[in-house]
Every structure is written in C-alpha cells, then in structure tokens.
Design a binder for this molecule. Structure first.
Ligand code: NAG
Ligand code: NAG
Ligand code: NAG
Ligand code: NAG
Ligand code: NAG
Length: 620
C-alpha cells in the first residue's frame, strides 16, 4: 500500500539493531538493550529512541546474530504481533537494516534521521540537499502547447496487491497486515469474527476473483482505451513470507491478466512499487551492496507486451526506470521512487547521498532532452515525492526539478502508494515563500486510488481524458465498487457493483467554474482547495464530499470532522508537495505533511504515526 508493508517486526528490529561508535567500551548486555528499547517504545521521545539505537548498534557490532535473536524475542510484546510475523520480517529486513546502520554516520546526525524515518520519534533533520544546477537555465519565454481538443482515454490502475492465497470464509479481522487466509496462529475450530467474502474485505488484499471481475468491467464498459498506466505494487502485504520465488510468479500472472483483458492494441506503462521486490522495500543502491538485478531482468521480460526493446533495456540497466515516447511529442518517464522511500533501509547506509543511483540526474537529462525537442512529459512512479515516506532531501530536489521544467515540459505527474484518492499541487515558489495561489500553481501530482481495499477502502481505478497536444488532463473519472455489500453479492450470486464514483469536472465545477476547453489544471485544483476551506464541516459541501472520495466512499474509513484540525491539515497537505511541508502536528511537536492513508486517518492526524502504530505494521 501505500505505505509500509512494514511490519511490526522491523521497526523493532531497527531500533534493536543500531550500531555505535564507542570502540573501547565492553559491549552492552542484552538486558541493557531490552531496557532502552522498551523505554523508547513507551516514551516515544527522540532522546530515548537515539539512546536505544546507539546501544543496539553496539550490541549488534558484537554479534549480528544475537541482535537478530534479541529483536525476535522482543518483537511480539512490543508490537503486539504474532511471533511468526515478527520472525519472518526480522529475518528478511534486519540484516540490511543492521548493515546500513553500521555504515550510518551518527556524528553527523544520522541517528536522529533514522529515528525520524523509522519510528517518527525525532524531528526531521535539516534539508541540506542544496540548489540543483541544470544543463541549461530555464527559458525566459515558456511555450506551452495549445490544447488540440482531441481527447483520448487513459486508464490508471494502482496498488493492485493481489492475494493469490486469499481464502473465502477465513477470518477477515486478524492481527496482521493482511488477513483472509489461514495462518499458523489461526484457531480453525473457532468461527471467524468476520468471514472473508469471495470478493474481498476491508482488512485484506485483493482476491484474484476481484481483479478478474475488475478487468472484465473495464473491457466491457470503457471503450477506446488508448493506453494505461500502472503505478506499482502487484504483490500482497504478506511481507514476512515473501521471497523472490513467490513474488515473481504473482507479478507475471497479474501482468498477463491485465494484458489479456485489455488486448493487443492497448499498451500499459508500468512502474516499480515497494512491493515488487522481495524482501519488500529493499532496493539496493550502487554503493550499498546487494542487488535487485533479478527483479529488473524479470520485469524487463514481463513488460515485453507493452514496452519497446529500448525501454526494456533501460528497465534492465537503469534500476527499473525508463523513458519512452508512446506518441509523437509525448514522453512518459517512469521512475523507481524506491530510492526515496524511507522503508528502503539500504538508503540509511549513506544519507549524505541525496541522489542514490543518480536517478534525479537521469530524470533531468531526460527532461532536458524533452525540452530541447519540444516534448510534453508525464512523470510516473509508485511512492510519490510528496508523501511523507519520501526522504526529505530527495523530495526537495525533486521539487526543484519540477519547477525547472514546469509548466512547459512536465504536463502531469502520476503516483500511487497511499491507496487513497489524493493529489498534491506544486507551486512556483515551493514551500519557501509561502505564496500558494492559483497564479503560482504550476504542477499536479495525481495519486491513483488503489485496486486493493486494504485498508478500510473501497477498490477502485481511474480513467482520464487526455488532450493529445498538451497532454493535460481534461477529465478524471473514478470508478469503485462498494465492498460493504460483498456478503450480499455472495448471497445473491451477484458480481461487484462497479460504477462511476465521480467525475472531477462534474463534482467540482459547480464550486470552481471550468469551461469545456480548460483542463483540470493545478490552478483550478488550487481553487478547489479554496472551496474546501469554506465550511469544511458541511456534510454536503465540497470538503466532506472530497473526504468521502478520499476513501472511495468506504463506510469503514475515518471521519474528518470540522470540530477537529483534520480538515485544515488535509487541505494543507493537498497544497504540499514536499515531505517537509508541515501540515500535521505530531505528538512530539514536529509536523509532517500527513498522507492520511492508513485507514485510520483521523487518529493518524491527531497522533501522527505514533511509534506503536508503525510498529504494528499498520501501514501500506
Ligand atoms: C512487554 O512490554 C511491556 C512494556 O510495553 C513491559 O512492561 C513488559 O515487561 C514486557 N513483557 C515481556 C514479557 O517482555
Ligand atoms: C479455538 O476455538 C474453540 C472454539 O471456539 C475454543 O473452544 C478453543 O479454546 C480455541 N482454542 C484456542 C487455542 O484458543
Ligand atoms: C539531508 O542530507 C544530510 C546529508 O547531506 C543529512 O545529514 C540529513 O539528515 C538529511 N536530511 C534529512 C531530513 O533527511
Ligand atoms: C482561480 O480563482 C481566481 C480567483 O478567484 C480566478 O481569478 C482564476 O481565474 C481561477 N482559476 C481557475 C483555473 O479556476
Ligand atoms: C466533534 O463533533 C462530534 C459530533 O459531530 C462529537 O461526537 C465529537 O465529540 C466532537 N469532538 C470534539 C473534539 O469536540
């Protein structure tokens, strides 16, 4: 999902395993580590987290095996997670976490940074990414192509998260990231609290049956699809069990399903999510050691029905990222944004490397080429640079790139990862000048809603109407099925009620007028957020309507009440496209953008990812 597939275990692990300087002292005892980690988990202060991290690192330096065993022994109690889940996640994630923490430079403040990114207990360290230099200065006169008036249909699928081991009738309300399966801890003689329907459940990933029904619906209902985009995360959230051998076939089956329903004439441009690799999230950098080449090779071959040989060669040789031109004058740049995600523990091995694998440098060269050749560009990725899980330095640099090449080159940006229906607006002066209005709004980040209902969301997807000259979005139509009816579909032998949830133009143009020849631009969306500010508690007003769309009308999702700070925080987040924009107050007094994506948005807004929540793997 959106986020972190992490499970309880690794955060613990993380904490449990930090390294430390002090070459002289005798290694800390197990009891000392236990005490400091327990204290940090309880107090959730930055100071205690740093102390726990430091002592754990010393302990691990003495014996990595002992550190791994110790985190396994503490994990179930601290995270309230089943031991098999703890053990699986720790075995998969901890070795990389420990190696990276050994290399981290605590004297430079990496300890606080890690406590910021992993447990949210420290305030963000300063952003020192600096000012980018570009191959050429931004042109004085920017030529944005006129709209042609000819529109094509593009579908956007995100966060598919299919669970091939989904079992109807099993417990849907379990203590794991994803339920609806029989686990070693399942008491099979007890009746389930809530039995999994055949179509899915709010606490589970997507049954194969639902993915096929969705594709059948798309094939039948949406005519003239020109192409599709697929913003990552095919495998389910069972991170404690996943291996190369399990994820590769799941990815293969899903791409084949999508290709077979859409047919030969419809290309899909995919991107790599944090779940494509196994263990989840762990994408090595050139400097970190380790390799995910097996994945890039596999995807390069699995994407062969859709990508040109040249794009497939890039997937193989460019860490999964590629640039391709599906139509004359139009380019799609697909990033591997796992090199900014804070769940990618490899990144902690060198936090001073603000552009791992030179991905941003490559993006700039592609955008410069596009500017030189008058191409319009879409950037796509899985985790969005505007979500809190993107490392702040990277997010800051990415914003500079967007400003340099907008609005004349970059037409739109598409991401996923949070599972919710969301967006972010880029402004000419970034966050710095504090001037955010319709005149300074220059770019849009569209977050595609997830296919998976995990967690507490309805399954959905998008269709855009795109102008073939400007490559801007003229219409955005979101489709959903109401999963709270799943038991009735089963009882009556019906299929899901896929239907249009809303058209963005129809939904918001009554508040912010938009003529037929104008796109759904960043300026227009900015004005929509201004309409949101007007009486945000009104149940039939635009903000509360937006809030229902955020979860795709899920009845299981949290409210965002006017008598709380939730509406202001959420509106602030829509206008924030860097991770460091401060919208949501955390319990420790520092602030984050707040993505509102974990199915318990209001709790998150009020408490902002307390240590214990992330520890419980309550993320995407
Ligand atoms: C479990 O954790 C709590 C604090 O969260 C601690 O007080 C207790 O001693 C721990 N129990 C065990 C068996 O480790
Ligand atoms: C399993 O469920 C049955 C039926 O509810 C119950 O009698 C039994 O005690 C449960 N076993 C465990 C180990 O909880
Ligand atoms: C930004 O990078 C510097 C190293 O250049 C690092 O020390 C700092 O912690 C990073 N800031 C954040 C917010 O990650
Ligand atoms: C946004 O609102 C401003 C101020 O009301 C108006 O001047 C501008 O035309 C609007 N732009 C769009 C695209 O809605
Ligand atoms: C906000 O209003 C709701 C009812 O609309 C009420 O249940 C809740 O207690 C109120 N919360 C606060 C913080 O006042």
């Amino acid at each position: 999902m959106l986020f972190r597939p992490l499970t309880a275990a690794f955060a613990v692990a993380a904490i449990c395993t930090t390294t430390a300087a002090a070459p002289t002292a005798t290694p800390p005892t197990e009891a000392q580590v236990r005490e400091l980690v327990t204290k940090a988990a309880t107090s959730k202060t930055c100071e205690d987290c740093v102390a726990a991290l430091r002592v754990s690192r010393e302990f691990a330096r003495d014996s990595v095996t002992a550190a791994i065993e110790l985190s396994k022994s503490m994990c179930p109690n601290i995270t309230k997670s089943p031991a098999d889940l703890c053990n699986g996640n720790i075995d998969k994630q901890m070795p990389v976490f420990i190696e990276s923490v050994f290399k981290a430079d605590f004297d430079r403040g990496d300890d606080k940074a890690i406590c910021h990114y992993v447990t949210d207990n420290c305030p963000p360290p300063p952003v020192t990414a600096g000012t980018l230099r570009f191959p050429r200065p931004k042109p004085k006169v920017l030529t944005v192509p006129a709209h042609s008036g000819k529109l094509i249909n593009v579908i956007h699928l995100s966060d598919w998260h299919v669970d091939e081991l989904y079992e109807p009738g099993t417990e849907a309300q379990c203590d794991r990231n994803t339920c609806c399966r029989t686990f070693p801890t399942t008491n099979t003689s007890a009746p389930p609290i809530r039995a999994a329907s055949t179509w899915g459940d709010y606490h589970c990933d997507t049954p194969v049956k639902l993915t096929r029904d969705l594709m059948q619906f798309i094939k039948k209902e949406i005519s003239d699809i020109d192409f599709g985009i697929l913003t990552g995360d095919i495998p389910p959230h069972d991170t404690w069990l996943e291996t190369k051998e399990t994820v590769v076939p799941i990815e293969k089956h899903s791409y084949e399903t999508i290709a077979s329903f859409l047919g030969d004439g419809v290309n899909v441009y995919p991107t790599i999510g944090n779940h494509e690799v196994a263990p989840a999230n762990l994408y090595p950098t050139e400097k970190s050691g380790g390799s995910a080449q097996w994945l890039y090779n596999s995807l390069s071959s699995q994407w062969s029905p859709w990508l040109t040989p040249s794009a497939r060669l890039q997937v193989r040789n460019n860490h999964g990222a590629y640039s391709t031109s599906p139509h004359r004058g139009f380019r799609i740049i697909s990033l591997n944004t796992n090199f900014c995600l804070d769940d990618n523990y490899y990144l902690f091995s060198d936090l001073s490397d603000t552009d791992p694998n030179h991905e941003l440098r490559w993006l700039i060269s592609e955008l410069q080429h596009a500017e030189d050749h008058n191409e319009r560009v879409w950037i796509m990725g899985h985790g969005a640079p505007y979500q809190t899980s993107c490392l702040d330095n990277w997010s800051d640099l990415y914003y500079q790139v967007v400003l340099r090449y907008s609005p004349h080159v970059i037409a739109e940006q598409f991401f996923g990862h949070s599972h919710v229906d969301d967006f972010a607006i880029y402004y000419e002066h970034g966050n710095e000048a504090g001037v955010k209005n319709a005149r300074t709004a220059v770019g849009m980040g569209w977050t595609g809603p997830s296919v998976t209902p995990y967690k507490n969301l309805n399954p959905g997807f998008r269709m855009y109407k795109i102008d073939t000259s400007s490559w801007n979005v003229f219409e955005s139509v979101t489709y959903i099925a109401n999963l709270d009816q799943a038991a009735q579909w089963d009882a009556k032998s019906e299929t899901p009620n896929w239907h249009v949830e809303y058209s963005a133009r129809e939904a918001y143009s009554p508040y912010v007028p938009l003529s037929a020849d104008e796109p759904l631009s960043a300026a227009w969306w900015h004005n929509v957020t201004e309409a949101f500010e007007n009486d945000p508690g009104n149940p039939t007003g635009p903000f509360q309507e937006y809030w229902k769309r955020h979860s795709k009308q899920s009845t299981a999702y949290a409210t965002c009440l006017a008598n709380t700070t939730c509406p202001q925080q959420m509106i602030c987040a829509l206008r924030s496209a860097t991770g460091v924009d401060a919208c949501v107050a955390a319990e420790n007094g520092f602030k984050k953008r707040g993505d509102g994506g974990n199915g318990e948005a209001v709790e998150m807004v009020q408490e902002t990812r307390p240590w214990s929540m992330k520890m419980c793997g309550n993320f995407w």
